[in-house]
Design a protein around this ligand. Structure first.
Ligand code: SF4
Length: 375
């Protein structure tokens, strides 16, 4: 394909599977630069120049599941487990609100016992009460990433958040290929994950008013470009509002070392191509530049933004807990203080021509259009 043909292809609005696969496969630096520029332009045209922060609070690394790729799976007995206190969680959320973040994300290993459900409920109520201000009249926006729960629990948490207009749930299905999904998830935990269960949860989340996010791992050994194309088709079918995707990275705490991982540079390029293609095919969804990109290359997250991402998730978890929350090896910023990290990130984002959307919820434009609200 000539550069002219590729440029024309990248401007199209209806994509065939063949074109998606062809663009995911790009490796030539000039071709990749054309893709990057097209995705960046489309992002700007759809949603302006802002990148939004979600202050990430990893509130517990206790998990009842045993996903084989994951460093905090139940079967990793070498890991010291922690759960933050309610005060610690609220303190981090207030800090984020005071810095102008607009949103926080609460993430944890997966539990559905009443004690945990109640703990999250109390955290949400307290965060809302503590962050309502003149600057944030509805309090800080909340994203939850707490796995499969019942419709009643999703509703209970939505009520406790006090702000359904900036309420989101991120629940990645990791791969739409059933054989790969099984390979990744058949550990020895309490119960096995299924794609069907996850999709049922998406329906419940929508009914409680959440903006729904999902995502996949890119470059899983055995995964084909056609698999990634099917993942994108599933994003479309589920009509999701947010996408969080990252490269598949091996974890010493996981149980899958024998399958290895892709070489770093091709893995990074494939991940960036996937972000760009999702932007071009899906339009005005929020796309996160995953921290895992930075585990491959120091400027990985900035590259993610250049290829069409518009959300980043600075880690606010207290440093004493960070080493306990490593889903994959070489997780970056484990030793950075939040302030040090945030100012460095702001500088890096400004250097690639984007602004931080301070004190804004940064809701998915696709969701705003669907429910008929303006930010
Ligand atoms: S991926 Fe999530 S549910 Fe699976 S083991 Fe890791 S933290 Fe638990």
């Amino acid at each position: 394909m000539t550069h002219e043909q590729l440029s024309r292809l990248l401007e199209q609005t209806e994509w065939s599977d063949e074109d998606i696969v062809r663009v995911l496969a790009l490796t030539d630096p000039e071709d990749c630069a054309l893709l990057q520029q097209a995705a960046y332009r489309r992002t700007t045209a759809l949603m302006g120049n802002n990148v939004y922060y979600r202050g990430l609070i990893e509130l517990s690394n206790v998990c009842t599941y045993d996903c084989r790729y994951c460093g905090i799976r139940k079967g990793n007995h070498a890991l010291k487990r922690y759960t933050m206190t309610l005060d610690e969680v609220v303190e981090q959320a207030v800090w984020a609100a005071e810095q102008g973040y607009g949103s926080v994300c609460l993430q944890a290993g997966e539990r559905d016992d009443p004690k945990f459900v109640d703990f999250v409920t109390r955290c949400l109520r307290a965060i809302h009460e503590a962050t309502v201000s003149d600057t944030l009249p509805n309090g800080v926006g909340i994203t939850l990433s707490l796995g499969d729960q019942t419709p009643e629990v999703y509703e209970q948490w939505a009520q406790a958040s006090g702000n359904r207009m900036a309420l989101r749930y991120l629940s990645r299905f990791e791969t739409s290929n059933p054989a790969l999904f099984e390979m990744l998830h058949t550990g020895g935990g309490k119960q096995q994950k299924t794609l069907e269960k996850r999709f049922e949860c998406f329906n419940s989340l929508r009914q409680s008013g959440y903006q729904v996010g999902t995502g996949v791992m890119i470059g899983i050994p055995g995964q084909t470009l056609e698999d990634l194309c099917k993942d994108i088709r599933l994003f479309q079918q589920l009509d999701v509002d947010m996408i969080g995707m990252g490269p598949y990275l091996m974890s010493q705490g996981g149980d899958l070392q024998e399958i290895g991982q892709m070489e770093p540079e091709p893995l990074l390029q494939l991940s960036l191509n996937m972000i760009a293609v999702v932007r071009l095919v899906m339009g005005p969804v929020n796309i996160a530049a995953a921290t895992a990109l930075q585990a491959i290359r120091d400027d990985g997250r900035e590259l993610g933004i250049m290829y069409g991402a518009n959300v980043v998730m600075p880690n606010l978890s207290p440093q004493s807990y960070r080493t306990g929350y490593q889903l994959y090896d070489n997780k970056p910023c484990v030793n950075d203080g939040p302030m040090q990290f945030a100012s460095e990130l702001e500088r890096r984002i400004a250097a690639i021509g984007r602004d931080i959307g301070w004190n804004k919820p940064g809701s998915s434009l696709r969701w705003c259009q669907r429910v008929g609200v303006e930010e």
